[in-house]
Design a protein around this ligand. Structure first.
Ligand SMILES: Cc1ncc(C[n+]2csc(CCOP(=O)(O)OP(=O)(O)O)c2C)c(N)n1
Ligand SMILES: [Mg+2]
Length: 356
């Protein structure tokens, strides 16, 4: 039996508050790494804020906002190698940007356009998973496959606090642990699953405690601290590559935005807490850290934001320039033997669309 220590209870932190709590450092991170992390966070933040506007303008469909989740995504991806696999949920829809995927591809996905269907092999980024937790066994299987082939790559799978109540999460976590698959189980604990609070989700004191049951380490980090997230993920990746199997990271934050553009959280959320969390949101905190360390100037912050804004302007223009897909696509790939009614249905749809 593997000896497993109880999961860490305290939140790991590196970034101080500029007052009583001092700033820490992460060994091995140089100035250019710190700025690359900043660039990633600004790109994600810009993508997210523009997407809400694009949604309001009717240019993309319903969108899952990830404002204040950028530190979790940027910090963890920075701890990976290019060949490591990423399995995102809808909350990490834009994580491919950090691998160089064009913004137009992801915006096309949210437009329901086939130009948004990327080939996972091109980026080592799996498809965005909308069913809760079903990608955890996929990630476990891929990681195990890498191990069986003697390759050094590992995989990371992102899911929310709500996903830890799903059978597929348990199956994937247990399987990965038993097979010692090189997998990082990354839980974005934003304390809400739509309108279900964490207190109604689990009787466990922390989500990281669940790791103990699988015989793997569980750590808790401040999810709004990009450097703490990076350091925790780097440890988990090192463990995975050393053949020691999976780890569970619980990154704790608080959802400051609606679940998605179709949600009105005023009916259930603690609005005072939201305002408090907004004041300590992850990008502002990291910029404070960089400025205190003399790493970030106003000019650099401005040019990083301008670069990201340009990428999004170009991204939406490219996505909108895609020719409309053939409506026949809606009827393909669902059945080996499509029901006979499909032919009439497609003709009807084409007639309505004035498409022949
Ligand atoms: C299998 C399944 N059941 C239910 C849903 C509906 N649903 C969409 S998001 C969501 C909440 C998930 O919460 P959490 O796992 O905490 O992730 P978060 O959205 O907070 O990132 C639910 C229940 C779904 N997408 N898939
Ligand atoms: Mg959640």
């Amino acid at each position: 039996m593997t000896a497993v220590l109880p999961a860490e209870r305290d939140l790991r932190r590196v970034i101080g508050d500029g007052e009583a709590i001092p700033d820490g450092e992460v060994e091995g991170l140089e100035e250019r790494d710190l700025l690359e992390l900043h660039r990633s966070m600004v790109l994600l933040r810009t993508y997210d804020e523009r997407s809400v506007v694009f949604h309001r303008q009717g240019r993309i469909g319903t969108y899952a906002i990830f404002w204040n989740h950028e530190a979790m995504q940027a910090g963890s991806v920075y701890a990976l190698e290019r060949g490591d696999w990423i399995f995102p949920s809808y909350r990490e829809s834009a994580i491919g940007l950090l691998r160089g995927m064009p913004a137009s591809t992801i915006l096309s996905w949210w437009r329901g356009h086939p130009a948004g269907w990327w080939n996972p092999l091109d980026w080592s980024v799996a498809s965005i998973c909308v069913p809760i937790g079903t990608h955890v066994p996929h990630a476990a299987g891929l990681a195990w496959g890498k191990k069986l082939r003697g390759e050094s790559a590992c995989a990371i799978v992102y899911f929310g606090d709500g996903a830890t109540s799903e059978g597929s999460f348990h199956e994937g976590a247990n399987f990965a642990a038993v097979m010692r698959a090189p997998l990082v189980l990354f839980c974005n604990n934003n304390q809400w699953a739509i309108s279900t609070p964490l207190s109604a989700q689990t009787a466990a004191e922390t989500l990281a405690d669940k790791a103990v049951g699988y015989g793997i380490p569980g750590v808790r980090v401040d999810g709004a601290d990009v450097l703490a997230v990076y350091a925790a993920t780097r440890e988990a990746v090192e463990r995975a590559r050393a053949g020691e199997g999976p780890s569970f990271i619980e990154a704790v934050t608080y959802r400051t935005a609606p679940h998605a553009t179709a949600d009105d959280p005023r009916a259930y959320i603690d609005l005072e807490r939201v305002e408090e969390e907004k004041r300590r949101e992850c990008l502002g905190r990291y910029e404070g850290y960089l400025r205190r360390g003399g790493v970030l100037s106003d000019e650099l912050a401005e040019s990083t934001r301008a670069e990201a804004a340009g990428a999004l302007r170009e991204g939406i223009a490219q996505a909108e320039a895609e020719p409309a897909p053939d409506p026949g696509l809606l009827f393909e790939h669902a059945y080996v033997d499509p029901p006979p009614s499909f032919e009439d249905d497609l003709m009807e749809l084409r007639r309505i669309l004035g498409d022949g």
